[in-house]
Design a protein around this ligand. Sequence first.
Ligand SMILES: Nc1ncnc2c1ncn2[C@@H]1O[C@H](COP(=O)(O)OP(=O)(O)OP(=O)(O)O)[C@@H](O)[C@H]1O
Ligand SMILES: [Mg+2]
Length: 244
Amino acid sequence: MLEMKEVVVQYESGADPAVRDLTLSFEQGEFVCVLGRSGAGKSTFIRTINGLQPQTSGQITVLGCELKKMSQKKQRSMRREIGMIFQHFHLIPRLTVEQNVFTGRFGHKPAWKNFLGLFSDEEKSLTDYYLNEVGLLEYKNRRVERLSGGQKQRVGIARAMVQRPSILLGDEPVASLDPTTADYIFQILRQLHEEKELLTVINVHDIELARKYATRIIGLKQGHLVFDGSPGQLSDHHLKQIYE
Ligand SMILES: Nc1ncnc2c1ncn2[C@@H]1O[C@H](COP(=O)(O)OP(=O)(O)OP(=O)(O)O)[C@@H](O)[C@H]1O
Ligand SMILES: [Mg+2]
């Protein structure tokens, strides 16, 4: 479903690569958590998968198509297959919950329809469906600026899901939240993951969350892959390798 072959990402020529020689393959149904110290290359890794950060060398194949060889049109359609959630939510504070979730549909239609706020009945019921899934249906007309952090992230999840993605990526989606809320967000992510048979890849600082929810854990250190295995295989020795 997603393959990386000898992928290197270097921000500036001469600088140390942020991601070095990564060869990995991910299948539908995997819930992958990416661990690593600050600066290990976790965000770079996620951003490279969805094409936000170009790779310097190597190959990335998403759903059978090589990222580098795609036409712009194909890249746009590929982006629709990849939903993304962010640490700082990236929502529009003055718009309502529903309007924010609608923006997840923007890649699916011409810009003028988005501009005029034209959404089909199907899109409206899709939005309701996911707002219900994340427990926010009754908040749909509330402005996002009046929500808590955990509620905002649930809007972020609903927005990513109305895209109907095959792959869901998260760059530290719970790093700004308290532990109980973070756990709740992971419960929602895991449930959607199972219902929709996604490939989910999420960066997380909290080792316990990774152990509890991941089916597979990836450890990065200075851009290198230093661990790849199940939560049960992640020993203290591996953690030392990742974090020291
Ligand atoms: N836009 C950029 N320009 C130049 N260098 C960058 C840029 N973004 C990241 N880097 C460098 O690439 C390396 C990896 O950074 P990255 O943000 O991927 O790490 P991270 O694991 O996500 O860290 P954190 O846990 O702090 O978010 C770091 O050395 C960082 O300084
Ligand atoms: Mg990061």
